[in-house]
Design a protein around this ligand. Structure first.
Ligand SMILES: C[S@@+](CC[C@H](N)C(=O)[O-])C[C@H]1O[C@@H](n2cnc3c(N)ncnc32)[C@H](O)[C@@H]1O
Length: 333
């Protein structure tokens, strides 16, 4: 029988007397040691700053303008269900086969990676994010780590599939990010980028460019770009993916109604999900950007958000925005 490759494999490991109970008869519980250890490694990345009543990420502070508190995590899960419904109950559209290693870039709550992990027990899923907000009870093939996706990627082995979803106002250098995905996916492997265009519109002229909603979107897009973060990556994904060198590139666009105004039952449900998340997104997107970039007071931000909230609930405007899905394959030669 072959043992582990250590020189003292046959000798017993000595027990630290401090882990024995007072009478020496049974082992103490390690809960305290585990708690101390995880607290010390996690404290710097989870010592979250609070601003204007919202909680933000602590690793690379200031890199991302949206909060990471429970209200925001609930919103991300609503967005997840909305997008899945819009894509025909699919989590991904790329036609990959035989995946073993998958990366979810900027994983958020990790819900995509966890559902994919359940659906593909043969593959390992890694999700990374600035915030360690993912649950600890996850499928055994799903792992999360804290990382800055705009830093140089340093993974031990390439992936079969790299996925990224809804990163508006998160990324400064999109061509750089897509190129890192290219370098970190195997030849023959796939990437998929799904992202938004935050500009709202209506097909029947019921969205007024002089509305408070249009003003909020205009200010937000400007503030995010001033801060160096692209708020509307969706329409530009295809070009970035082609420029990075991917082949077999496919671009699909989905209209997402904002409110339950469509007649079609599926679109109506998508619209309801979208309205719920949009109402919660107003302060999430604009509080930091408007106070720090536009130098508004928090109260001014709240007043505009309240006006937009009222407009969004108004049934007479048939607003929507576009969601873009782009996938491509790294050539084999
Ligand atoms: C809108 S959420 C989307 C989360 C997830 N992709 C999804 O679709 O459910 C954007 C996520 O990107 C993360 N993020 C933003 N900038 C990042 C960066 N530079 N490095 C890593 N994660 C980042 C945020 O912390 C947040 O969890």
């Amino acid at each position: 029988m072959s043992g582990p490759p250590t020189s003292d494999a046959d000798s017993a490991i000595e027990i630290d007397p401090q882990v024995l109970d007072e009478d020496g008869s049974s082992f103490a519980d390690f809960t305290e040691e585990l708690d101390d250890f995880t607290t010390s490694i996690n404290s710097s990345i989870s010592r979250y700053p609070f601003e204007n009543g919202r909680r933000y990420h602590a690793f690379k502070p200031g890199a991302y303008p949206l909060p990471n508190d429970d209200v925001e995590l609930d919103r991300l899960n609503v967005v997840h269900h909305m997008i899945k419904k819009a894509l025909g109950d699919k989590l991904v559209l790329a036609p990959f086969e035989n995946v073993h290693r998958v990366l979810d870039v900027g994983t958020g709550t990790g819900i995509w990676a966890m559902e994919m992990g359940d659906a593909h027990p043969e593959a390992e899923f890694l999700g990374n994010d600035l915030s360690p907000v993912q649950p600890s009870w996850v499928p055994p093939n799903v792992h999360f780590e804290v990382d800055d996706i705009e830093s140089r990627w340093a993974f031990g082995a390439p992936f079969d599939f790299v996925f990224s979803r809804t990163l508006p106002c998160a990324v400064g250098d999109w061509p750089g990010l897509v190129s890192q995905a290219y370098r970190n996916v195997k030849p023959g492997g796939w990437v998929e980028f799904q992202d938004v265009d935050m500009v709202f519109y209506a097909e029947d002229g019921s969205y007024s460019p002089s509305s408070d909603t249009a003003l909020w979107v205009h200010l937000l897009v400007g503030a995010a770009r001033t801060a160096g973060k692209e708020p509307c990556p969706g329409p530009r994904l295809e070009q970035w993916v082609r420029d990075a060198g991917f082949a077999n590139v496919v671009h699909q666009k989905f209209k997402l109604p904002l409110g339950p105004w469509p007649r079609d039952a599926r679109q109506k449900e998508i619209g309801l999900f979208n309205l719920v998340q949009a109402i919660d997104s107003l302060e999430a997107f604009s509080m930091r950007l408007f106070t720090q970039v536009l130098h508004w007071s928090p109260e001014e931000v709240q007043v505009l958000c309240a006006k937009v909230r009222t407009e969004l609930k108004n049934k007479s405007s048939h607003r929507m925005w576009d969601y873009h899905v782009v996938y491509g394959q790294r050539p084999t030669a």
